[in-house]
Design a protein around this ligand. Structure first.
Ligand code: SF4
Length: 406
């Protein structure tokens, strides 16, 4: 089996994400969820060519970074900084192949030994088996995010036919909570007319002891060529593309996205349902991210001890921290940021102008996205934020809230 050569990286969402440091122990994911966004990014083949990473190489990278200041790559700087690690950003670390290969287990064991702040995303029950539970319990800085689109088994057969059933996943979450492991939910994606109402969903997941919910609406690929997407749209009892168009969905890159006003209604329904529980909300729809209860985008990681070094040098944080006042670059300017070239982590279509003799740092990308009103990552892409032709003393654009948000 060929080795997966790029298990660690900086996510493409780094300019509005608190957790841009990603680790994937496998390339490809056998769970094959019909809506999986990872299939659309990074050229992943989810069905046939699963590739395992080399765990010894990953561990060596961590050790070298921690012991040798001369290791100056962005990843090494993240590791020294103890930037929280998102384990499972592009594939599930506990998908079936893990039972045979145990690569994620080896990595978990190492991360536990150094108590590295780790946020695991999974849909697997494997994590509640004694071998995995023990190693997770030994890391005090660990959060497990379980993602699902519905708690109804029958509906999940349409959206996640090859993954764990919601009822089994909810039992796994209960085991986590009973073992005092922080468990959160990613209700991602919410699929109109397939996902249940927020009041029913929240009631079911709250009974498992979860602490936080991340919530995001389904994005549809503009080109519906992938067999799994076609399977989803055919299995629904209505034409979802037609539904999105009738609701004025917008084209965002290669995806169709519901408009902010539509999404706001559902977000408020989730907020209302959560008001009966001690559970926080993270809004993962990028344009409305600032409606989250926590500052670290949708993950809620900043609410827990050990995750203090999340990424604050990003546009999403500048907006969240500016509620009720002008949005100025100076707010994030002095936040910690890695130096060195980011170019190799960025899709060639999204790279900023290159000069053969120079490279672009995280800072260069953030400044470009801040200043370029046409960039899909500019502050004006957030709901109700406008630019009114004002610059600060350093020539950086100042953004304003258009009107009070709902
Ligand atoms: S489990 Fe996650 S990475 Fe795997 S197919 Fe489903 S959505 Fe994609």
């Amino acid at each position: 089996m060929k080795e997966y050569k790029y298990p660690m990286g900086v996510t493409s969402q780094f300019s509005f994400c608190g957790l841009p440091f990603r680790l994937d122990t496998y390339s490809g994911c056998a769970f094959n969820c019909t809506y999986c966004f990872a299939r659309l990014r990074g050229g992943y083949n989810h069905t046939k060519k699963l590739r395992p990473a080399n765990p010894d190489r990953i561990i060596k990278k961590f050790k070298n970074a921690l012991t040798n200041e001369k290791q100056t790559s962005i990843i090494s700087q993240y590791i020294r900084r103890k930037m929280p690690l998102h384990f499972g950003g592009m594939s599930d670390p506990f998908q079936p192949i893990e039972k045979e290969m145990g690569i994620s287990w080896k990595i978990l064991k190492f991360l536990s030994r150094i108590k590295y702040p780790t946020i695991i995303s999974t849909k697997s029950t494997l994590i509640s088996s004694p071998k995995y539970l023990d190693v997770i319990k030994s890391n005090p800085n660990c959060i497990i995010q379980f993602s699902l689109s519905t708690t109804i088994d029958e509906n999940s057969q349409i959206s996640e036919p090859y993954s764990t059933s919601p009822s089994d996943l909810l039992k796994t979450i209960e085991v986590m909570s009973l073992n005092n492991i922080i468990a959160t939910i990613r209700w991602q994606p919410f699929i109109p007319y397939l996902s249940e109402s927020p009041s029913i969903f929240v009631k079911r997941v709250a009974s498992c002891g979860i602490r936080h919910i991340g919530f995001e609406h389904l994005k549809l690929p503009v080109e519906n060529q992938n067999p799994l997407w076609r399977r989803l749209s055919k299995s629904l009892e209505f034409d979802i593309y037609d539904y999105y168009k009738k609701n004025n969905a917008l084209v965002d890159g290669r995806e169709l996205v519901l408009p902010s006003d539509y999404k706001l209604i559902n977000i408020n329904r989730v907020k209302e349902a959560l008001s009966n529980y001690d559970i926080t909300l993270g809004v993962a729809d990028n344009d409305l991210q600032y409606l989250s209860d926590s500052k670290c985008c949708c993950s809620g990681a900043d609410l827990f001890h050990g995750f203090e070094n999340w990424n604050k040098f990003q546009i999403g944080y500048a907006i969240k921290a500016s509620e009720g006042k002008s949005i100025r670059f100076s707010l994030i300017k002095d936040m910690w940021k890695p130096t060195g070239s980011l170019d190799q982590h960025i899709n060639s279509d999204s790279r900023i102008i290159k000069n053969a003799n120079s490279y672009n740092r995280v800072e260069d990308y953030i400044i470009e996205r801040w200043q370029n009103l046409r960039s899909p990552f500019n502050p004006t892409r957030f709901y109700n934020i406008k630019y009114q032709n004002e610059l600060d003393e350093n020539g950086m654009k100042i953004y304003e809230w258009q009107k009070s948000k709902s």
